[in-house]
Design a protein around this ligand. Structure first.
Ligand code: ADP
Ligand code: MG
Length: 413
C-alpha cells in the first residue's frame, strides 16, 4: 500500500486533505485496524466511505467494497482516483473486468468495488483466494435485511463469502436502521452485538415541516417560490414526476424529472445537470438519490407519503449535506394512508405486523402536534430534547382550533 508505516491520521491528512476525523469515524477505523467486525450506523453525509477507505490504505491488501448500485461505485471510484487511491470496480457495466482482476491479483488495488450478485459467484470467490484482502466493506448494509426499506436478496448471499475469509475484518455501513433492522444486519453478516457503533442521527441544519396536501399544483409551486437553490421533489409515480416537472418548468424554474423508466443515458444526463445546477428542481421517484454527491441540495419535498420513517430520514437526509440551512417538506393526504392500507392486504402474513408498525409510525409522525425532530430521533433510539426549535411544530405549535380545522379539511378532501 501507499504508506509504509501506516498512521491513520497521516493518511487522512495526506491522502484526503482533512485535518481531523469527524464523529465516530476514528472509532470505526480503529476497530477495522484491530481486525474486528463492525456495523457503523452513521447518518447520510457523516462520511462513511472514509471509514473503509482509510483502513484500505493503512492495512495490507485490497479492500473489497460491496455496493448495491453501479452509479454509486463509479462515483466513489472517480473521487478515490482523484485522491490518488487505486480503485476499480467489477460490474456488468465495466468492460475491463479482466484487467481489474489482474491488477487485484498483483496487489495493485487499494479498493475493489463489486456488486453483491457478483461477490457471491464461485469465480469471484476463487479470485479472492489469489490476493490479500484488507477488509470487507458492506455499504448500504440495510439491504441485507427484509426489515430494511431496500431489501436486496443478493446481500443474503454474502455471508458464506465473508465466512470463508473469517479472519478478514468486515465493516457494514448504513445510514438507516431501526433497532429491528440493526439486529438483523448483525445476525445476517455475523457481526457481534458489541461491534455496533452508532453516530448521532440528528441533522440540525434541516428544518422539518409536514402539512396536509391540497389538491392541484399550486401548493408545490407556492412552496418552491420561497425555496431558492437546488432541490428534490419526490413524487409517488413516474407519471407524477413528469407532470410536476412540467408545471414547475412553466413557472420559469429549471426543472427535470427522473425515474427508473428512463433510459440510462437520459438518467445520467439529467442527474449530471442537477449536480451542476444551483437552482434546479429535480422531480423524481425514490429511484433517484442514493449515492448522489451534491452537498448543496437546499430542500427535499415529498409530494406524497414516504414508505417508512427510515425512507423519509434517508430521503430528507440528501438535503443540506454541506451543513448550511436546508428544508424538508412533506405533503400528505389521507388517501396516501388508505392506499397504503389497501396495499397491506397483499403483504405476506409474516411481514404484516412489521408493515403495519411502519405505517403507524408514519401516521404518528405526520399527525404529531409536537417536535418532528424529536419523533424522528426517538424512532432511531435516541433521547433528544423535547423541542428542537427548527421544525414547523416547534415554530408554530398547533392549537386545538388548528387541529379541528385540519380534520375538517381532511374529511372534505
Ligand atoms: P456518507 O456515505 O456517510 O453519506 P460520504 O462518505 O459520502 O458520506 O461523505 C460525505 C462527505 O463528507 C464527503 O464529501 C466527504 O469527503 C466528507 N468527509 C468525510 N469525512 C470527512 C472528514 N473527516 N472531514 C471533512 N470532510 C469529510
Ligand atoms: Mg455512502
Amino acid at each position: 500500500n501507499v504508506v509504509a508505516n501506516p498512521d491513520i491520521h497521516e493518511i487522512l491528512r495526506r491522502t484526503f486533505g482533512f485535518p481531523g476525523f469527524r464523529g465516530q469515524q476514528e472509532a470505526v477505523i480503529g476497530r477495522v485496524m484491530r481486525g474486528q467486525h463492525s456495523l457503523a450506523l452513521m447518518p447520510t453525509g457523516a462520511g462513511k466511505s472514509l471509514c473503509y477507505q482509510v483502513p484500505a490504505l493503512a492495512r495490507n491488501g485490497t479492500a473489497i467494497v460491496i455496493s448495491p448500485l453501479i452509479a454509486l461505485m463509479h462515483d466513489q471510484i472517480r473521487s478515490a482516483g482523484a485522491a490518488g487511491i487505486r480503485a476499480a470496480s467489477m460490474t456488468s457495466a465495466d468492460t475491463d473486468n479482466a484487467a481489474t482482476a489482474h491488477a487485484f491479483r498483483n496487489g495493485e488495488l487499494d479498493l475493489l468495488y463489486v456488486a453483491p450478485e457478483r461477490a457471491s459467484t464461485p469465480g469471484f470467490q476463487a479470485l479472492l483466494e489469489r490476493a490479500e484482502i484488507a477488509l470487507f466493506a458492506i455499504d448500504e448494509a440495510h439491504c441485507v435485511s427484509e426489515w430494511g426499506h431496500d431489501f436486496r436478496p443478493d446481500y443474503r448471499m454474502l455471508r458464506p463469502v465473508l465466512d470463508r475469509f473469517a479472519h478478514v475484518p468486515r465493516l457494514a455501513l448504513t445510514a438507516t436502521a431501526d433497532p429491528a433492522t440493526r439486529a438483523d444486519i448483525l445476525r445476517q453478516l455475523g457481526i457481534p452485538e458489541d461491534g455496533m457503533i452508532i453516530a448521532g442521527f440528528d441533522r440540525p441544519n434541516i428544518r422539518y415541516a409536514i402539512t396536509p396536501r391540497q389538491s392541484g399544483p399550486r401548493q408545490i409551486a407556492d412552496l418552491l417560490a420561497r425555496l431558492p437553490g437546488a432541490g428534490i421533489v419526490y413524487a409517488p409515480s413516474r407519471k407524477a414526476t413528469e407532470d410536476i416537472a412540467a408545471q414547475i418548468a412553466r413557472t420559469g424554474r429549471e426543472a427535470g424529472f427522473y425515474h427508473a423508466g428512463l433510459d440510462p443515458e437520459r438518467r445520467a444526463a439529467v442527474q449530471a445537470q442537477f449536480v451542476r445546477s444551483e437552482s434546479m428542481v429535480m422531480v423524481a421517484t425514490i429511484a433517484f438519490g442514493m449515492g448522489i454527491d451534491k452537498p448543496d441540495v437546499r430542500f427535499v419535498i415529498h409530494a406524497g407519503l414516504p414508505k417508512s420513517i427510515e425512507a423519509y430520514y434517508q430521503e430528507t437526509g440528501r438535503a443540506g449535506r454541506d451543513g448550511d440551512p436546508a428544508e424538508a417538506h412533506l405533503l400528505w393526504g389521507v388517501s396516501d394512508f388508505s392506499r397504503a392500507r389497501q396495499w397491506l392486504g397483499d403483504v405476506e402474513p409474516e411481514r404484516l405486523a412489521g408493515e403495519q408498525a411502519r405505517l403507524n409510525s408514519l401516521a404518528a409522525l405526520v399527525e404529531a402536534p409536537d417536535c418532528r425532530r424529536a419523533i424522528l430521533l426517538r424512532h432511531f433510539g435516541e433521547h433528544p430534547p423535547a423541542q428542537c426549535g427548527n421544525c414547523d411544530n416547534c415554530e408554530n405549535p398547533p392549537t386545538m382550533i388548528d387541529a379541528s380545522e385540519l380534520a375538517r379539511k381532511l374529511l372534505s378532501a
